[in-house]
Design a protein around this ligand. Structure first.
Ligand SMILES: [Zn+2]
Length: 129
């Protein structure tokens, strides 16, 4: 929403469609939004890593470096985070533009299924259950 707000485009609700509590910005959506916090907590649990601490969007780009894993497993976590960002953004767009209801369970399912489809075969043995 940041770009639209800067352009003063009228008729667009600036509130975050994920939580409805604050104005949407990239930083809010991916870091301080309570829905995002649940997603990062569940992704951390799924990957069996310490909770992802996301204070800024850019933290998501390096979070895998601080997950306590190395090599292929660290790359898998990096991939899961990327897929999670994409799934979260897709859910936001479906809610914003198609008025679909937000489902944390649905987002998590999409992350897991999306990741299984995209994971290179050599990482399959490293994928999480
Ligand atoms: Zn929000």
């Amino acid at each position: 929403m940041d770009a639209l707000q800067r352009r003063n485009i009228p008729g667009i609700d600036p509130r975050c469609v994920m939580c409805g509590e604050e104005d949407e910005s990239a930083e809010h959506l991916f870091s301080s939004c309570c829905v995002a916090a649940v997603i990062w907590q569940q992704v951390s649990r799924w990957c069996n890593i310490p909770n992802l601490l996301v204070f800024l969007v850019k933290d998501l780009l390096v979070a895998h470096d601080f997950c306590g894993l190395n090599g292929g497993k660290k790359e898998v976590v990096k991939g899961v985070i990327r897929v999670a960002c994409w799934s979260f953004w897709r859910a936001r767009n479906e809610a914003k533009f198609n008025r679909k209801t937000i489902s944390i369970g649905g987002i998590l399912s999409e992350i897991k299924s999306g990741f299984v489809v995209r994971v290179p075969p050599r990482f399959e043995v490293l994928a999480f259950g």
